[in-house]
Design a protein around this ligand. Structure first.
Ligand code: FE2
Length: 311
């Protein structure tokens, strides 16, 4: 995939891209797409879509009703390969192992599933770059929220920027699932442990397209900060994760069936509001990744930049 040019648009203005328009929904993150179905975009339209994603972090395309093949085609525009989730339920029995089923049953009550701020699958060396999520059935109020991780970093005081620039964080899928009570049976714990999804990533990463520094700490899969005690880790990760809760950094989308959200997994973090309404929540996700792209940071260069910019 060729990287789109650096964003040059004003994120606060409606922009006509020819094939579609983007209507910003919040000053720092999120825009709605107006235009034809995504699958009708030609090559230039796809390039414009990638560029718009670089500006807004998450794009919303209402009422797409993509079938599985169309869903996979749209996701393939954003990475070299499509994710095959190692243990989540998929549509493999229908020939689509790349389509992950995100489901919360009406009986799940307050069990945490997606209702923590997180980046997807960061327990891997190569987390997904872009996710394409389509609503099948979402209860009233079970919205999804995104927050800009570049804005989160930029709003930190100088001292905390310097601190987080120098931290690495261990991510562990099994730890996250256990911590949030998502798996309980010994069989599932053993099965998940066998996947061994563990990786260490910088707490701040350089976005490969925009070049912006992004805070890359979540509340799902992060186990501990390297070289810190458990207590120190909890405090540091709380400091980082609290930034996602700042309303000015967020956008919120209320789903209707067939709506599609496309988000950058480094430039944003997200939170699926559970709703707890007694109605099943069901969405399908296809994500793209690339073997040559992983969260990374030239630490010395970033520190020099920060010191040059001063407080
Ligand atoms: Fe997620």
């Amino acid at each position: 995939m060729n990287a789109p040019d650096a964003p040059v648009m004003d994120a606060g203005a409606t922009v006509d891209h020819g094939a579609f328009r983007t209507v910003p929904l919040a000053p720092l993150v999120g825009a709605r797409i107006e235009g034809p179905r995504l699958t009708e975009l030609d090559e230039a339209g796809v390039l414009a879509l990638r560029r718009a994603l670089g500006v807004h972090g998450v794009l919303f395309a209402p009422r797409q009703h993509l079938d599985a093949d169309e869903h996979k085609r749209v996701a393939s525009w954003f990475g070299e390969a499509l994710e095959r989730h190692p243990f989540g339920r998929t549509l493999a029995d229908q020939g689509h192992p790349e389509v992950l089923v995100i489901q919360k049953s009406p009986n799940a009550g307050r069990t945490t599933t997606t209702d923590v701020w997180h980046h997807d699958v960061t327990g891997r060396e190569h987390p997904t770059q872009v996710s394409v999520l389509q609503a099948v059935q979402v209860p009233f109020g079970a919205d999804t929220m995104w927050a800009s991780t570049a804005a989160a970093y930029e709003r930190l005081p100088y001292a905390l920027k310097m601190l987080f620039l120098n931290l690495d964080v261990e991510h562990d899928t099994l730890y996250g699932l256990l911590r949030h009570g998502q798996i309980r049976s010994t069989q599932r714990i053993v099965h998940t442990a066998e996947q061994a999804e563990r990786a260490t990533h910088p707490a701040v990463v350089r976005h490969p397209v925009s070049g912006r520094l992004c805070l890359f700490v979540g509340n799902a899969w992060c186990r501990r900060v390297v070289d810190c005690t458990a207590d120190q880790s909890e405090l540091l990760m709380r400091l980082a994760n609290d930034m996602s809760r700042v309303p000015e950094l967020q956008v919120r989308w209320s789903w209707r069936p067939g709506d599609v959200a496309i988000w950058d997994n480094l430039a944003t973090t997200h939170y699926g509001v559970s709703g707890d309404s007694g109605v099943e929540r069901l969405l399908h996700r296809v994500s793209a990744w690339s073997p040559g792209v992983r969260p990374s940071l030239d630490r010395a260069s970033a520190v020099r930049e920060l010191m040059a910019a001063g407080a």
